[in-house]
Design a protein around this ligand. Structure first.
Ligand code: SF4
Length: 335
């Protein structure tokens, strides 16, 4: 039997996900094969209980695909995903159903998980009833407990989503996820659409839930400031690859990959020693045409000839802090 290769709650190893692109009619007639889009290329992460792993990257970096592969909404081409000792990618039937119950997703738009016609009480209790975690007699106490836990008044139970603010709707989506007593929450841009003050409240709620319930959380965002606030460790994703990972405080204070440093430069509120790092230039290349060598070479101010030929391997900066760049030592003088 294949087992979890690490003691972590969740272990993702060597995940690869590609998609077939569309062929033009002319290409079809010429018998050309469809181009392939590489969304994830050899991505590995681990998550422990009581821990928040932040996943950062621009749009198109593969963040959401990673989340969808973990819960098997997408099937990766290669790699493995273990939740405890359960092999997620070879699970099916009741076992996969249990994994999906234990690993809950929270999205940017709460309407993704809320039926606009359903009252809050039903939205919260429905999944627990469907999974047999409560019987109808236990519905009211579950609703009371979860409304209190997510900071909503009891009167919200009888409202429909449209009567709630964006922040309140997100609290309902969180309560609905918690009703299934998950062990992991994957929050995909879950605060990106909210005002800054509401963002802070939801981040505080997440922090309380991690501490009180011992959850593990994967927190996906393009906003470094919210990652800095919530996550213990961070992985920086660029064109489907992790380019730097480590303890968030260390990576943000002393970034070693030019991409991380350039992202941080755009967030002056985050204290980092690399403020003289050149700003990020140009657009992220198409995932249909990933640059040869280091995939960041088209935007990197430090690129040298080997960056266009060789894929950089991991350099360990300190325990748990790694970066994939040929010229890391040259960056030490910046800042
Ligand atoms: Fe830049 Fe080269 Fe490092 Fe890639 S390997 S980030 S191109 S210096």
């Amino acid at each position: 039997m294949t087992t979890n290769p690490s003691p972590a709650l969740l272990t993702v190893t060597g995940l690869v996900k590609t998609y077939a692109g569309k062929r033009s009619l002319a290409d079809q007639m010429r018998g050309k094969t469809a181009p392939r889009l590489t969304a994830l290329d050899n991505v590995s992460i681990a998550l422990n209980a009581n821990e928040v792993l932040g996943i950062v990257g621009e749009s198109g970096s593969g963040k959401t695909t990673l989340a969808r592969c973990i819960v098997r909404l997408e099937t990766p081409d290669h790699g493995s995903v273990f939740f405890d000792d359960r092999d997620v990618l070879s699970s099916s039937g009741i076992e996969l159903r249990h994994i999906r119950r234990d690993v809950q997703m929270i999205y940017q738009d709460p309407y993704t998980s809320l039926n606009p016609r359903m009252r809050v009480r039903d939205a919260i209790s429905e999944p627990a009833l469907v999974h047999g975690l409560i019987d109808p007699a236990g519905k009211d106490s579950l609703i009371r407990e979860l409304l209190e836990r997510v900071g909503l008044p009891q009167t919200a139970a009888d409202l429909r989503p449209r009567a709630l603010s964006g922040g309140q709707r997100q609290r309902v989506a969180i309560a609905r996820a918690l009703a299934l007593r998950p062990r992991i929450i994957i929050a995909d841009e879950a605060v990106s659409a909210l005002d800054v003050s509401i963002q802070a409240q939801i981040l505080n709620l997440f922090a309380d839930l991690i501490r009180e319930l011992g959850l593990g959380m994967i927190f996906i965002s393009h906003q470094l400031s919210v990652i800095a606030q919530l996550s213990d460790r961070v992985a920086i994703l660029y064109l489907g690859r992790i380019v730097e990972t480590g303890p968030t405080a260390q990576v943000f204070a002393h970034p070693r990959h030019p991409y991380t440093a350039a992202l941080l430069k755009a967030h002056p509120s985050i204290e980092t020693e690399k403020q003289r790092q050149p700003a990020l230039k140009g657009e992220i290349p198409s995932p249909y045409a990933i640059p040869r060598g280091c995939r960041f070479n088209t935007r990197c101010a430090y690129a040298e000839s080997r960056c266009f030929e060789q894929d950089p391997s991991a350099a360990t900066i300190s325990p748990g802090h790694q970066a994939w760049c040929h010229v890391l030592p040259a960056l030490e003088g910046v800042g």
